[in-house]
Design a protein around this ligand. Structure first.
Ligand SMILES: C[S@@+](CC[C@H](N)C(=O)[O-])C[C@H]1O[C@@H](n2cnc3c(N)ncnc32)[C@H](O)[C@@H]1O
Length: 305
């Protein structure tokens, strides 16, 4: 009896309307907070969280990570060469060499090699790192070129032509720098950078792999020996290529080899060879990996015959 009376009483109470999907009671507008106010609050919180997130990401990508990777070679190369380069290539639909060339065309003075060098250094310090020898090691390169004053000069690895411009601008009249680059896209940009610097008559850029081209130097250019060789291509090619230069008798007593990146990324076999061979007298010039604070250096080796 009691149970019947209870069910009747409960059954008469109005059931709250329920959300058909979630099955939860629907709160009537005006029953608590007004709908517009809660929407506005949600929008404001969303905006605050998004702005904070964007600020944190901006600080991380434009300041914190670049500052940290300044001190670690592996992370520097991974960050600049893999993460940043690939991201910017995708976002801008252009390549790093193309962006570097644009910076030269916008900032440098046509026919002025020094302004081309400065424009590239500025771009690499403030916009995007690139694997040029850079300003710090570049001044060591300059002083070796001036000291040798070569009449025959070879560069292995042109990339965008930064070191080519550095070397060529210091060569005595009548001397041509032969530079080898196997990537056609890099070679195309380098040609434009060299021309912008007004040094096209001092440089001969040959497209192809060093291993194929070194034995053809005499046949192609009538060169008997090189006074100066700047070695700055892929690191595992340093040793085979100087052995090839020796075999092809392209080195004379007193020829100078200057090798970049002997510490970072590093060329241990090459260093061991030139430092221990009785055919070379070798000296290390301590510096830093281009546009960073990571230790790197140049190895200058005199061929003793
Ligand atoms: C470190 S970058 C050169 C940077 C340049 N010397 C400068 O300081 O501006 C190395 C370049 O060597 C080229 N390279 C690597 N191995 C090569 C090879 N065996 N023959 C010709 N070019 C090569 C790469 O394509 C790359 O452009």
């Amino acid at each position: 009896m009691c149970e019947l009376l209870w069910k009747e009483a409960v059954g008469k109470r109005e059931e709250p309307k329920k959300d058909r999907i979630r099955g939860e009671p629907i709160r009537a507008r005006g029953s608590g907070e007004c709908g517009n106010c809660s929407d506005r609050k949600m929008l404001l919180s969303f905006l605050a969280v998004s702005s904070l997130g964007a600020a944190v990401l901006y600080a991380l990508f434009s300041w914190l990570i670049p500052a940290v990777v300044q001190y670690n070679g592996w992370w520097a190369l991974f960050w600049h060469d893999v993460i940043v380069e690939k991201t910017l290539d995708t976002l801008t639909r252009s390549t790093r060499p193309q962006r570097l060339l644009r910076a030269v065309q916008q900032k440098a003075i046509k026919g002025d090699p020094q302004s081309v060098i400065s424009a590239i250094d500025y771009f690499c310090r403030h916009s995007e790192w690139a694997m040029n020898v850079g300003d710090e090691k570049g001044s060591i390169l300059d002083s070796v070129v001036c000291e040798v004053c070569p009449t025959t000069a070879l560069e292995l690895g042109t990339y965008c032509g930064y070191s080519t411009v550095r070397i060529a601008r210091l060569l005595p009249p009548g001397t041509k720098l032969i530079t080898l680059e196997f990537n056609p896209a890099f070679a195309a940009v380098a040609r434009q950078v060299i021309e912008y610097a007004g040094l096209q008559n001092k440089v001969c850029l040959v497209e192809g792999a060093s291993g194929d081209l070194i034995p053809k130097m005499c046949q192609m250019f009538g060169i008997k020996t090189f006074d100066f060789v700047f070695i700055d291509h892929w690191k595992d090619r340093y040793l085979p290529d100087i052995k090839l230069l020796e075999e092809c008798q392209l080195l004379r007593k007193g020829s100078i080899l200057l090798a970049d990146n002997v510490i970072c990324p590093g060329t241990p076999e090459y260093l061991e060879y030139v430092r221990n061979s009785p055919h070379y007298e070798s000296k290390y010039f301590k510096s830093h990996l281009e546009y960073t604070k990571v230790e790197d250096g140049l190895e200058k080796s005199v061929f003793l015959g």
